[in-house]
Design a binder for this molecule. Structure first.
Ligand SMILES: [Zn+2]
Length: 71
């Protein structure tokens, strides 16, 4: 499955609260409804913390779903 990129998940300017490391984009497996997606999200390379942008959590997953249906 290809990695989905969303503009809301831009890692630039984010850093990890716990260790202060800059977050870097990494493919993250998400489960939504009965589907599994691989979405590129900002992740801390040190502790593995993944930032899920609020916009994504609040409903952008619907757009992700549409992207998948288009394939
Ligand atoms: Zn960290």
């Amino acid at each position: 499955m290809s990695v989905i990129r969303v503009p809301e998940a831009d890692a630039q300017g984010w850093s990890c609260d716990a260790c202060g490391e800059p977050l870097v984009p990494a493919p993250v497996d998400l489960e939504y409804l009965d589907s599994r997606f691989t979405v590129e999200l900002p992740r801390c390379a040190k502790c593995g913390f993944v930032l899920i942008p609020e916009a994504l959590a609040m409903g952008k997953m619907l757009e992700v779903e549409k992207l998948l249906e288009d394939k």
